[in-house]
Design a protein around this ligand. Structure first.
Ligand SMILES: *Cc1c(COP(=O)(O)O)cnc(C)c1O
Length: 427
């Protein structure tokens, strides 16, 4: 543990800068022994897990805006770089605020270790590139966040990493896609924005049996609603921009896994390429995690109420907690609740979808998700625009599709807004 203990006499050396010269030591709060915190229930971990406290006794996590660290003597500096002293050396490598977030996410995920990155896409890129080399093969889900598909379709092939794209709902397709050089399975569930559900237990079990590493993008659920590692996933990757921050403030990412994967495989890549999360953004996400459980539960309840209203009102609804979703049973097996996000499909294509958006009075038109504000977006002309019509058709992102992130507003206000907007668009 790092400790920044200055000379005690320094505090009284100069009355004017006393505050600056206060001796300062970081320690973990009582009970931050992993064998104890691991047993805490998720809501407790989300509020208190990974907290360090300086001797100032601050209740809220301290924000360390520093790029470097100084040493009491040259020998300490040498010992830090030799890995013999656990203190910090440089904020591309370690930062107390960032490390608090990493410890908290690892705990919540049931993972041995976690590292956070500058964005969800930095997390996905790091999680894949750190373990893949030229000549390797990856199997990835068809329906995915647009940039995740771009990584698989455009970036990996440039480095000689081949990919097979499968319908994530089709268990047999995963097995059929395995090649002798397959190293990674990469997917999200539910998928953005089609709400396809991938069978975590089956796919992760299949991967294990073949020595393949599973990387699961768990942005839609977070550990509050779905813990992929309980189903055998090796690596869980996040856009922490979404539910973890939860209030639309910062861009952030995270990768959790075994200590061996994080320390031996991911860390050398991350330390030397530098996609790290800024301490301020880490601090914002730490604050977000404190209310994650509350928000996930309430936004799920709101999304169910709004979904039930829309079920009879729109031609197609893709909502994992409704009878109309063909994979409802699988969703209920692996998720604790539906989460805030679902999609609807209108018959009138792009024109009708845009008409609904333009008629909204409360819900914002926004491509972001995971916010405590309700947001709605037409994926075909925004998040999945770059894929082109053929790519979208293959993925199931139709022109009439609208994705809704249900926030913390009163669901009855959201229903009234949707009701009037649909009516004005002819529904
Ligand atoms: C948003 C998102 C990402 C990318 O995260 P950023 O923080 O925007 O970089 C990746 N996967 C999923 C499922 C997402 O929703």
């Amino acid at each position: 543990m790092p400790s920044y203990v200055a000379c005690n006499d320094a505090a009284i050396a100069c009355a004017r800068c006393k505050a600056l010269l206060q001796p300062f030591a970081m320690k973990r709060t009582t009970g931050q022994d992993r064998s104890v915190t691991k047993k805490w229930r998720p809501a407790t971990q989300a509020v208190r897990g990974g907290t360090w406290r300086s001797e100032q006794g601050e209740t809220s996590e301290a924000l360390f805006l520093t790029s470097g660290y100084s040493y009491d003597d040259a020998g300490t500096a040498a010992a830090r770089f030799a890995g013999e002293d656990p203190g910090m050396t440089y904020s591309r490598l370690q930062n107390p605020t960032v490390q608090m977030l990493e410890e908290r996410i690892a705990l919540m995920e049931g993972a041995e270790a976690c590292r956070v990155q500058a964005s969800g896409m930095a997390a996905m890129t790091t999680a894949l590139l750190c373990q893949l080399s030229a000549g390797d093969h990856i199997v990835a889900a068809r329906a995915a966040f647009g940039s995740c598909r771009w990584l698989v379709d455009n970036l990996l092939p440039r480095f000689g990493i081949a990919a097979t794209i499968v319908d994530a709902r089709d268990n047999a397709a995963w097995e059929a896609a395995i090649q002798p050089n397959t190293k990674v399975f990469f997917f999200e569930t539910p998928a953005n924005p089609t709400m396809d559900i991938a069978d975590l237990e089956y796919i992760c079990g299949l991967a294990r049996a073949h020595g393949i590493t599973t990387v699961v993008d768990n942005a839609f659920c977070t550990a509050v609603l779905q813990r992929p590692m309980e189903f055998g996933a090796d690596v869980v990757a996040y856009s922490a921009t979404k539910m973890m921050d939860g209030q639309g403030r910062v861009i952030a990412g995270a990768v959790a896994g075994s200590a061996e994967f994080i320390n031996d495989v991911l860390l050398p890549f991350q330390r030397n390429t530098g996609p790290i999360l800024a301490p301020f953004n880490a601090w914002v996400v730490l604050k977000g995690l404190e209310t994650l459980e509350l928000r996930m539960r309430q936004q799920s309840a709101n999304a169910l109420k709004v979904g039930k209203f829309l079920e009879g009102r729109v031609p197609t609804i893709l909502h994992p907690w409704l009878d109309s979703h063909p994979q409802q049973n699988l969703a209920r097996k692996q998720m604790d609740d539906c989460g805030p996000i679902f999609s609807v499909v209108l018959d009138g294509g792009r024109a009708q979808a845009h008409a609904v958006l333009d008629a909204l009075e409360l819900i914002d038109i926004s491509n972001n998700i995971g916010d405590s504000r309700s947001l709605m977006c037409h994926n075909a002309t925004t998040t999945h625009h770059n894929m082109g019509p053929e790519g979208r058709a293959e993925m199931g992102v139709s022109d009439g599709m609208l994705r809704l992130n249900v926030g913390l507003e009163d669901p009855d206000d959201l229903i009234e807004d949707l009701d009037q907007a649909l009516a004005r668009a002819g529904l």
